[in-house]
Design a binder for this molecule. Sequence first.
Ligand code: FMN
Length: 193
Amino acid sequence: MANTVLQIDVSPRGADSVTRKLTQNVVERLAPDTIIMRDLTRSLPHLDSDWIGANFTPANDQTAEQRALLRISDTLVDELRRADTIVIGLPVWNFGIPAALKAWVDLVARAGETFRYTKDGPQGLLTGKRAIIALASGGTAVDSEIDFATPYMRHVLGFIGITDVSVVAADKMVLDPEAALKAADEAVLNLAA
Ligand SMILES: Cc1cc2nc3c(=O)[nH]c(=O)nc-3n(C[C@H](O)[C@H](O)[C@H](O)COP(=O)(O)O)c2cc1C
């Protein structure tokens, strides 16, 4: 049961956006008690040397300025921690993920917070969660050899401990939009609630 869902949207196309419709359908299907909305069209900062320095400074040694620099990242990580299920709208852009979503990834992949290094390699810390990627594309087939978006998101989510990842896809929209949307709707209906 998805008590708390984190819904992440990134498409700037508003009412025309396919991924926004899909994330909404997925969330309706899950019928959670609580929805945390995160709209990435309101730009997130890119990492700079001050941010990286703050992130690598032990919490007890951080200055007030460094804590302030990390605040938005802390908020995004907290949203992930609170969520049982993360629903991510993923428009395929130039065979990968939109830069705004990559900025989110850079802000949530934090050593000591969402993953840690062990003698056996990195270990994801956000375990026991599920993610659903709601993807739309023009011509790129999901999981084809030119789809760098889906495998990347699966890998990054797994890296922070979220290994239960499903994909609902309205891919190849330019070829047959009706078929693409029908396949996505069916995939949403087939999701475990
Ligand atoms: C900047 C940009 C780049 C795109 N690059 C690709 C691409 O590489 N492959 C593809 O299949 N579709 C591409 N598309 C089409 C989008 O994936 C498609 O319009 C999809 O519906 C976007 O999701 P949205 O409707 O939620 O905005 C691109 C669209 C834009 C605006």
